[in-house]
Ligand binder design. Structure first.
Ligand SMILES: [Zn+2]
Length: 362
């Protein structure tokens, strides 16, 4: 009995957390309209401190939210109280005034947006930032808006990140048109990157020749993405796991059937290089190891220098080549002054003169 009871509770809890973490969707045509009574002769009690005010203007913040329409479009907490609330919420949010104002806006259905918030710097000691903000949202272009508009705008901003058409790809820096065409529109940049990366990984490791195989891998990638999102949202992944396992069965490549050694052998050298370059590219070397064999100089001297020398270009590479070659070149010994004197001493100077005259005669 207990287990059944717990199971029921778990399912309820699952449903509740699923709904809480679900993507917010709204119907903009919803009209909040609740019947009002005349309050013109009433006194106005602050629902927080209990103080009684004879008039609302100046004592209460105005709001456009339906729940306060019957109260003359004023909230029921007096300004003295909301100012204190703002201060205390700011300290609750660790000094973040924006978060405190957002909280108050949500409570009283006030419009919350960055622009009027940025325009409402604290002007004087007597006036809180909250009350400046409140007066900003009572003027154009923000007048008439409520927190529902804030929610709608937030959803719109999220949607803008999603690639809905091929045109959107132009604005996106990361996603390639190829990925969008392959996986279809409607995902965010981050999603496309994940899908493409996973798909590439699958097809590098496993055979993918037919369209059917391609389609199965594509669906596996979609399932992986769903699993990732479910895990992030801390949702149950039981069904997704099962579907993924079914797909893996269909593809006939269950993890247990593949062996790690075979994986590396299946790939070509080029595929491995791509894998290494993508996953573990060779890092920049430390200074002490940079060009340790002098390969840069080697190429400049023996390739560029040699080439320049060959085709007769005189540049620094050619000069480097010459200098380098000189180190290894054996020079023909030449007679210097002293050796000539020695030669003369042995063979006598007349030989030289004799040759000279001989040449002239011939
Ligand atoms: Zn009060």
């Amino acid at each position: 009995m207990d287990t059944i009871g717990n199971k029921g509770a778990n399912t309820k809890l699952e449903t509740v957390s699923k709904n809480i973490s679900a993507k917010t969707q709204v119907n903009n045509n919803t009209n909040l309209n609740i019947k009002k009574e005349d309050i013109s002769n009433k006194q106005h009690i602050c629902s927080c401190c209990g103080n009684i005010y004879s008039k609302q203007q100046g004592n209460f913040m105005p709001t456009n939210f339906e729940a306060y329409k019957g109260n003359g479009n004023f909230i029921t907490t007096c300004k003295k109280c909301t100012d204190q609330l703002f201060e205390q919420l700011t300290s609750f949010y660790m000094g973040n005034e924006e978060k405190a104002i957002d909280h108050i806006c949500m409570m009283y259905g006030l419009y919350f947006n960055e622009s009027p918030l940025a325009a409402s710097k604290k002007i004087s000691e007597n006036r809180s930032r909250l009350s400046t903000y409140s007066s900003k949202i009572q003027i154009k272009p923000w007048i008439g808006k409520t927190y529902l508009d804030t929610i709608t705008e937030r959803i719109q901003e999220e949607k803008e990140d999603v690639i809905e058409t091929y045109e959107d790809v132009k604005d996106s820096k990361k996603t390639k048109l190829k990925s969008v065409k392959f996986f279809g529109t409607g995902f965010s940049d981050e999603d496309y990157a994940f899908l493409q990366e996973q798909y590439d990984d699958w097809v590098t490791r496993h055979e993918c020749k037919t369209k059917a195989q391609e389609e199965v891998f594509k669906r596996i990638c979609f399932k992986q993405l769903e699993l990732l999102k479910a895990n992030r949202a801390k949702e149950s992944t039981k069904d997704l796991d099962r579907t993924l396992q079914d797909l893996l069965d269909t593809a006939n490549l269950k993890p247990k059937q593949t062996n790690m050694d075979a994986l590396a052998e299946d790939r070509t050298f080029g595929q491995l290089i791509r894998l290494w370059e993508n996953e573990k590219p060779i890092p920049e070397p430390d200074d002490e190891f940079k060009d340790v064999d002098g390969i840069g100089k080697y190429i400049s001297v023996f390739f560029l220098g040699h080439l320049a020398k060959m085709v007769g270009i005189k540049n620094k590479f050619a000069r480097m080549y010459e200098a380098e070659m000189n180190k290894y070149t054996v020079q023909k010994p030449e007679y210097e002054e002293d050796s000539e004197a020695l030669f003369d001493a042995i063979f006598g100077g007349h030989l030289d003169n004799h040759n000279k005259y001989g040449d002239e005669d011939g």
